[in-house]
Design a binder for this molecule. Structure first.
Ligand code: ADP
Length: 320
């Protein structure tokens, strides 16, 4: 049994990270284990921004987006010297294990740190992109998808009023999951994702036919990994002659109070992570599969590429 652990958030923030840190902290304290918070991701680990946490330190945060611990991208951690310094800073405080909440980059760093130093590490997938291999859900993806859906509902009103094509660019890095689920739930006519090649010329022909059949407006969702709305929009306008506008939600997608799903899932994953690290487990990341919490090998999670569910892509086409 470990007696002292640390928890941190890293990489892009996502709604629900706070719920995860809260659950890790309170579960560990409940087990009589000391918990340290690391501020500002791997930066804080290297700069010794590390503090011991009590239950009250995680009060009043479950409803907040972002991460109260702060997060960062840290170049120094990508060097063996940087990681060694981080490890030393943890050992100096008697910290015996670490929970890292972050995206695939952060988990990759965690995996390397564990391999190089032997420090027990358990990961939690914290990213709105839902792109971590081996699991169907990552903390924050539900809130982000709902934020996009809310924007789509509003864009639909104005698209309809003006008989426009609206091209909405959404986040997701190299994954099309956010675009796909937001597009399906928002009733988009076209969804462009990096996982599937598309023919813009053909799409423009289809749009003209859509309008000739009496369609009043068209919503297109573009995953950032598939292209830029600012480039696709003008091509559609030129080739179809239809009034076209583009919209890019940007960082709004990362923020906001976490949804019920993100709060509950993050809390459940946080509890599992704390119990696992305390019992001496390492090199695993917890996620959900078919609604159940599962542990995935950390190395497998960061070396494999998650695929977009083909049944979602098929459904989007049938319903469009
Ligand atoms: P995310 O975790 O959201 O995917 P990044 O990819 O920016 O975000 O990763 C966050 C941080 O994790 C980086 O700034 C770096 O400190 C660390 N990191 C990412 N990839 C590696 C790697 N291959 N080796 C070591 N550290 C890494």
């Amino acid at each position: 049994m470990l007696k002292s652990i640390a928890v941190m958030t890293s990489g892009g923030d996502s709604p629900g990270m706070n719920a995860a840190v809260r659950a890790v902290t309170r579960t560990a304290l409940h087990q009589g284990v000391k918990v340290w918070g690391i501020r500002g991701g791997y930066h804080g680990m290297l700069d010794e921004d590390i503090f011991e946490m009590q239950s009250k330190d995680v009060s009043d945060i479950i409803q907040r987006g972002g991460t109260f611990l702060g997060t960062a991208r840290c170049k120094r951690f990508q060097t063996p010297e940087g990681r060694m310094l981080g490890y030393k800073n943890l050992v100096d405080r008697g910290i015996q294990g670490l929970v890292v909440v972050g995206g695939d980059g952060s988990l990759r760093g965690a995996s390397t740190l564990s391999q190089e130093t032997g420090l027990p590490i358990v990961g939690l997938p914290g990213t709105i992109d839902n792109d971590v291999w081996g699991m169907e859900y990552t903390i924050g993806c539900d809130t982000a998808a709902n934020t996009i859906l809310d924007a789509m509902n509003k864009l639909r009103d104005t698209a309809s009023a003006h008989r426009r094509v609206i091209v909405l660019e959404v986040m997701g890095r190299s994954s099309g999951w956010l675009a796909m689920v937001a597009g399906i739930s928002g009733g988009a006519e076209y969804i462009l994702v990096p996982e599937e090649p598309f023919d813009l010329e053909q799409i423009c022909e289809n749009m003209k036919a859509d309008y000739e059949r009496g369609k009043r407006y068209i919503l297109m969702v573009v995953a950032e990994g598939a292209g830029k709305a600012s480039e696709i929009g003008p091509i559609i306008a030129e080739k179809t002659g239809i009034d076209t506008r583009v919209s890019k939600l940007g960082h709004i997608q990362r923020g906001g109070s976490p949804s019920v799903i993100d709060r509950v899932n993050a809390s459940r994953l946080g509890e599992h992570a704390a119990l696992a690290i305390i019992s001496g487990l390492s090199d695993i990341v917890f996620g959900f599969n078919r609604g159940h919490v599962v542990s995935i090998n950390l190395h497998d999670a960061v070396t494999n590429k998650k695929q977009l569910d083909p049944s979602l892509m098929r459904l989007a086409k049938v319903l469009a």
